[in-house]
Each structure stands twice: as structure tokens, then as C-alpha cells.
Design a protein around this ligand. Sequence first.
Ligand SMILES: [Cu+2]
Length: 128
Amino acid sequence: MVHFRLAQKLGWVSATLSMLACGGSSDDGVGPPQGAMCVSGSGSVQVTVGDNFFNSQNESVPVNGTVTWTWSGVMAHNVTFTAGPAPLPTTSCTQSFGSHSVTFTTAGNYDYVCTLHAGMAGSVMVTP
Ligand SMILES: [Cu+2]
């Protein structure tokens, strides 16, 4: 099917452009979150970044737990924290694939959104 192959190519091009746009800042803005690089497996949670949703939207981890957002859709999204104990965690790139991890060292409730899509939001409860 010609149309199907074309759609596939367009999807690839779009993903590549997104990556280049993101890489322009040399990507060093996404540094390791404050300290704690060694985290026990029990404190790790995975969140899927789809086209236009986070799954699951509401997660909970203990202090020093890590949440990893993994992009699975075709469109570009970001993870931008809007509320929580200061300083707020690092914002991800606006990207259409790849992942972003945050290790939470302070207990509290964190809210985040994708700034590109209204209603695309989630939260992480960090328990003491
Ligand atoms: Cu989005």
C-alpha cells in the first residue's frame, strides 16, 4: 500500500526533526537529578507518554524513587512540572521518542503537564 508507506516515512521524518530540534541545545539541560544515582528497584515507576496522554496519570513513589517517562506515540510532547516542593524537577525536552527520568528526593505531591496539549497532565505523589 503506497499510502501506508508514505505515512510511515512522514512519521519517521517528523520524529527525526523533533530529535534535531531537541538536540540543538546539546541536550545537557537534562542533567542527573540531584544526587542519588543509585536507586533501589522498588522505587522505580514507568509512565508512558502517548499521543496526548500520560499513562498512568497518577503515580506514587517513595522518597529517592525514580519515575521514568517513555515516549511511545508519534507526536512531540514534554514533561513540565507545574507544582510541588521547590526546586521543581527538571523539565524534559519536547521530544517524540526517548525517555526522561526524575529521582524525587523530597516528599510531596508533584503536578506536571505537557505544555503543548491542554488536558495532558499527571501527578507524582512522593511518600516519606
Ligand atoms: Cu503533548
